[in-house]
Design a protein around this ligand. Structure first.
Ligand code: ZN
Ligand code: ZN
Ligand code: ZN
Length: 253
């Protein structure tokens, strides 16, 4: 399995528009973070988790030549806004793209992209097949997926486990029953927004504590705000098996 971080930034992205803080004005490419999303190459399939507003730019940058399905963590705009740009894949592959999400997520997508679901469609709009998921293991295009329900303030959102790899973003609290499903994962991705308390996201300290509890071999943090600090400075404060992810980072599992 090959994992590519398409984006590792929080909802505003980094740099933030009109901000001249040291992180936003840094020239280090690792401090330029598009909205959070990953690409998985697994058993010959090409899977994307979330299609944020930077989806088009991310797929161009990584030269991703095909798209077999999309799996959604939750309905927030920074995770869904780029769905319209799957049109190139519809055109090339001449088929609908399967999208997987909870009833909530699919409902929101149907409202916000209502033109995709009209009975008589305008020519050239994206075309999808929706698959509703619940908190039960499911198969997406032949790939086994275990959802991990986590709380994002009061919103239940999904992380996903694929064999030895688990991706969790936008979490503030994880119930022990859900943590059981993560145990034994070799590579864990978690959100770590910033240093100071936040109502709906793990801080850096909380994310490190979670890694220490779950004990994966390696962990990578994502969904990072400019308030976390520069990539270089923050990594110096972290154990070496835990790293900050950055856009374009690839890991083999
Ligand atoms: Zn988010
Ligand atoms: Zn800034
Ligand atoms: Zn969110």
């Amino acid at each position: 399995m090959k994992v590519t971080f398409l984006g590792t930034g929080t909802s505003q992205g980094v740099p933030v528009i009109c901000c001249d803080c040291p992180v936003c004005s840094s020239l280090d490419y690792r401090n330029k973070r598009l909205r959070s999303s990953i690409h998985l190459e697994i058993d010959g399939k090409s899977v994307v988790i979330d299609t944020g507003p930077d989806f088009r730019q991310q797929m161009l940058r990584e030269k991703i030549q095909k798209l077999d399905c999309i799996i959604y963590t939750h309905e927030h705009k920074d995770h869904t806004a780029g769905l319209d740009d799957i049109r190139s894949y519809n055109f090339l592959q001449k088929k609908d793209i399967p999208i997987y999400g909870t009833q909530n997520v699919l409902g929101q997508i149907k409202r916000e992209f209502s033109y995709i679901f009209e009975e008589v469609k305008y020519p050239g709009v994206p075309s999808v097949v929706t698959h509703e998921i619940t908190n039960e293991p499911f198969e997406a295009e032949g790939i086994q997926v275990i959802p991990i329900q986590v709380m994002h303030y009061r919103l239940p959102v999904f992380g996903f486990r694929f064999g030895d790899f688990t991706y969790i973003t936008d979490a503030k609290y994880i119930d022990y029953i859900e943590l059981e499903k993560v145990k034994g994962t070799k590579v864990l991705v978690l959100n770590a927004l910033q240093q100071s308390h936040h109502i709906s996201h793990f801080t850096l300290k909380e994310a490190i504590e979670m890694v220490n509890f779950l004990k994966p071999d390696r962990a990578f943090f994502t969904h990072i705000s400019h308030k976390l600090g520069t990539h270089e400075e923050v990594e110096k404060t972290m154990p070496t098996h835990i790293r900050l992810a950055y856009d374009g980072l690839q890991i083999e599992i």
